[in-house]
Ligand binder design. Structure first.
Ligand SMILES: NC(=O)c1ccc[n+]([C@@H]2O[C@H](COP(=O)([O-])OP(=O)(O)OC[C@H]3O[C@@H](n4cnc5c(N)ncnc54)[C@H](OP(=O)(O)O)[C@@H]3O)[C@@H](O)[C@H]2O)c1
Length: 476
């Protein structure tokens, strides 16, 4: 029958798989199915199989029993492949609801399947050439790591897939870099300058594959392998999928793995914006990069060398050789040496530590030199450009008074950087990576379901370079 009739199976993730976040009435699901059929340009179909997750079956012992059988076969949060037995049980349930199954209907060779992306229901039973992915706005749910209120722990949740705007790419997250910013956001440290509503999905870095594109997207197509640091207020890469403005995305480097690509966007953009945008670092200048073994530092050393600078860095002794391999000309062990007595006449300092470290850094600059701080304190100039409210601006003015006064006294300048998303800058970083100028440093990976643990361990462990979460699909 399927050879010459239209047969549609619509796998609708039911309430059993979604913590009640999808439609819970059969009539509403049927309305979605009809909308789906119309969107395909059809006015009628010969057979519609609507898998609704079981819970929506009308009350009845046998329907409930069939549902329980199915639940037993389910792995955490996702269905096992539906077996012919289960499918026959579903057909029987449809029959019980009073629908007529046409004689000769085949459940093994449908001509068309509507399904969520990478759904397991069809992969084992239907040739890929006969399937199509179809999305109903708000229909898909996905796994994500969220916190419900500031200072509350991060936990896994099933949340609706984000809506995809005209200029957005829906990206399957195959790996997601971990950043201190995630933990600091959750702790409420950024409330004043980056106010987020909770619950919030965390995650600032991603590498993955474009699943589909908004109608006005011009630079990307489904299937592209990309990486990104999504802009503020649109973060959330600790999830199966994310919608990102195409302006924040670049094709990922082809010479490195997807995990390595996911380690780069936030730290490489930070290094770029500090050294190129704010520092205007030139060949022959003397540059100090603090914390050269860290996420930002390990990339900043390589970028500063590429710009032609003479680079000094601070690391603990065990990382001295590593820093030299990255290109550092002068390596200071911060545990045994005082950089402020060893170095002088520098043009530029990148400081990810703040406090006394920043104050001491100003003293090694030559007159006219510049320090860029990424741990603070923020400055009134930053507060103004970020459009912060007058109360926060006053507080920032007070907080940064000491360091600004010191800079003035020494004839140097201090700027605070809060990095921002930029697909254009990422494209330049892609080229540097593929030319072998910058290499990512990934020292730890975690499976997706250990995201909360991985975040918590960021503050307590000292790893070289970056830690990366392997995406939900890849960790299975
Ligand atoms: N404002 C922004 O836009 C922005 C962007 C990115 C990051 N940040 C901030 O910048 C900071 C660094 O980020 P990250 O991702 O690079 O962190 P990270 O990878 O965790 O850096 C840790 C490194 O810091 C080094 N370190 C600790 N104490 C040190 C000291 N006294 N002197 C020199 N090095 C020291 C450690 O070196 P050893 O292992 O050698 O001991 C370790 O490798 C974080 O606070 C983060 O929140 C801000």
């Amino acid at each position: 029958m399927a050879g010459h009739r239209r047969v549609i199976l619509l796998d609708y993730r039911g309430v059993g798989a979604s913590a009640g976040m999808v439609r819970d009435r059969f009539e509403d699901m049927a309305a979605d199915a009809i909308a789906a059929i119309h969107t395909l340009g059809l006015s009628q179909v010969d057979l519609l199989g609507l898998s609704t997750g079981g819970m929506t079956a009308p009350a009845g012992r046998r329907a409930a029993k069939a549902y329980l059988v199915r639940m037993k076969r389910r792995r955490t949060g996702r269905d096992k492949p539906v077996t012919p037995g289960v499918f026959r049980a579903q057909l029987r349930a449809v029959n019980r609801w009073g629908h007529q199954i046409p004689t000769g209907a085949s459940s093994t060779a449908p001509t068309l399947i509507l399904h969520g992306d990478r759904d397991r229901m069809d992969r084992h039973r239907v040739p890929a050439t006969l399937t199509t992915t179809f999305h109903i706005q708000g229909e898909s749910i996905m796994r994500a790591f969220v916190f419900d209120n500031y200072k509350q722990p991060v936990h896994e949740a099933e949340i609706p897939e984000p809506a995809v705007g005209d200029r957005d790419l829906l990206i399957r997250v195959e790996a997601a870099g971990l950043n201190h910013l995630d933990e600091r956001l959750r702790a409420g440290e950024f409330k004043a300058i980056l106010p987020y509503k909770t619950p919030l999905t965390l995650g600032h870095d991603l590498a993955g594959t474009v699943i589909r594109t908004g109608s006005k997207v011009t630079h990307f197509v489904a299937g592209d392998r990309v990486y990104s640091r999504p802009r503020d207020h649109r973060i959330g890469t600790f999830a199966e999928r994310i919608a990102v403005d195409e302006a924040d995305v670049s094709l990922a480097p082809t010479s490195i793995s997807i995990v390595e690509a996911a380690s780069l966007p936030l730290v490489a953009l930070t290094a770029w914006q500090a050294l190129v945008e704010k520092g205007n670092v030139q060949a022959g200048q003397k540059v100090l990069i603090h914390a050269g073994a860290g996420g930002v530092g390990s990339i900043a050393i390589q970028l500063a060398k590429h710009l032609g600078a003479e680079v000094a860095t601070t690391v603990s002794g065990k990382n001295a050789d590593f820093a030299r391999e990255l290109g550092a000309d002068v390596v200071i062990d911060y545990r045994t040496q005082e950089f402020e007595t060893e170095l002088s006449g520098y043009d530029f300092v990148l400081d990810p530590l703040g406090g006394d470290n920043l104050a001491k850094s100003l003293t090694i600059l030559k007159r006219g030199g510049k320090a860029v701080g990424i741990s603070g304190p923020p400055t009134p100039t930053f507060a103004k450009s970020a459009g912060l409210n007058p109360v926060v601006r006053l507080a920032i003015t007070a907080l940064s008074r000491r360091i600004r006064a010191l800079a003035e006294k020494l004839g140097v300048s201090y700027e605070f950087l809060l990095m921002h998303a930029s697909g254009d800058q990422l494209r330049q970083i892609t080229q540097l990576v593929d030319r072998g100028v910058i290499r990512p440093v990934v020292s730890a990976t975690f499976p997706f379901d250990q995201t909360a643990h991985a975040l918590a361990s960021l503050g307590t462990s000292s790893i070289r370079g970056k830690a990366v979460i392997i995406g939900a699909d890849q960790s299975a």
